[in-house]
Each structure stands twice: as C-alpha cells, then as structure tokens.
Design a protein around this ligand. Sequence first.
Ligand code: G3D
Length: 202
Amino acid sequence: MGNQLTDIAPNTPFLPSFQSLHVVVIGLDSAGKTSLLYRLKLQEFVEAIPTKGFNMERIKVNIGNSKTTITTFQVWDVGGQEKLRPLWKSYTRRTDGLVFVVDAAEVERMEEAKVELHRITRLAENQGVPVLVLANKQDRDGAMPATEVEKVLALHELNSSTLHHTEGCSALDGQGLQPGLEKLYEMILKRKKVLRHTKKKR
Ligand code: G3D
C-alpha cells in the first residue's frame, strides 16, 4: 500500500449526499490491516507489504443506504512504535471512527492487543470515538470467534460513552468486512447525533 492519497473514484459526484469520514485503522503488526485495506480498495486479496509506521488511503465505500461515502482510512501499527506516537496523536485529532484489527488466530498476542486498545481509546482525543474491532483471519483454523475476542479484549471495560462492536472477518475472502463497516457507520451517526444534541442544549 502506498503512502499517498489515491484514486477517489473519478466520477464521484460532489452532491449533497456526499459524505466524508475519517477512520483510523490500528492494530498490532501483522494483524492484517494492510490486507484489509487492499480488500476494501481493490476487492481482492493482495499479498501486502506490512505497514511501516503508517499509511493513508482514500477509498469510496458504499455504506449507509448506498450513499457515496469517501472514507479516508489511515492505517497505524501500534505496539513498539514509540517514536511515532507523538505523530499519531496529531493525525487522529478529527477521527470519526476507530477500527482495531486483531489476528484472531494468534491467541498468544491478545493480551498485548488488549493493552494497546485500551491505551489508545483512553487518549483524550479519542474519548467517545466509536470502535469497530475486526477479529481478522477467520479463515484460519483455531481463529477465535468475535464473541470470544470481545471478551478477551475486555470491551465492556471501555468508557460507557464509547460505542463499540466486534465483527469476525477475513481479508482473504472479504467476509465480515461490509457488515462491520455498516455497524461502524451506524455508530458514527449515532455519536454525531448525540454531539449535535449536546451542543444545542448548551
Ligand atoms: P499489517 O498491515 O497489520 O502489519 P498485513 O498486516 O496486512 O501485512 O498482514 C500480515 C500477514 O497476515 C500477511 O502474511 C497477510 O497475507 C496475512 N493475512 C492478512 N489477513 C489475512 C486473513 O484474513 N487471512 C489469512 N489467512 N491471512 C491474512 P505474510 O505471510 O505476508 O506475513
């Protein structure tokens, strides 16, 4: 995956139905972040060059009643990236949603993933940002199902204002990706509504 903003569909009509969202995709190295992004962008499985630090892609996805939604996906490796953390902070300031990718077949790294997930969602700038956990590599033998991943990552311990959802998926065949994104979209809309409502009240 390249480091540039790439091909917004050339015929994208900039009409009122156009929406632009900024989603940050995070997870430990090798969780499958880059592969999932390629799957979304190209509708195929591509042997990915692992994320080094961060990558950014702008992709047209049809979510929410097929409205055109241009989503900027920013991909970050977490864990062992101390030098990049200050950068990550400045890039995630206007995040609409967080996608946390885990390798559901790598049970031994779940604790590490849990620590990172909770650390990131606790950051002041991420307070209340909806979280979609993608339990990736469901095609692999022994992959933990979404319900199990949700428990192991202790998602119930997230701040009560943080909407979250866990979906099993596979970058290999694309299963689970669309339903996961639909859910994220729903949560983003819900949060925007709540924020608008609180603003009006002030
Ligand atoms: P990252 O961007 O999170 O670091 P990558 O992870 O997208 O580079 O993926 C890491 C490895 O997992 C890659 O294999 C990739 O092909 C594989 N992978 C990603 N998603 C899936 C999946 O859903 N199913 C299976 N079976 N493999 C997946 P290599 O061998 O190149 O390390």
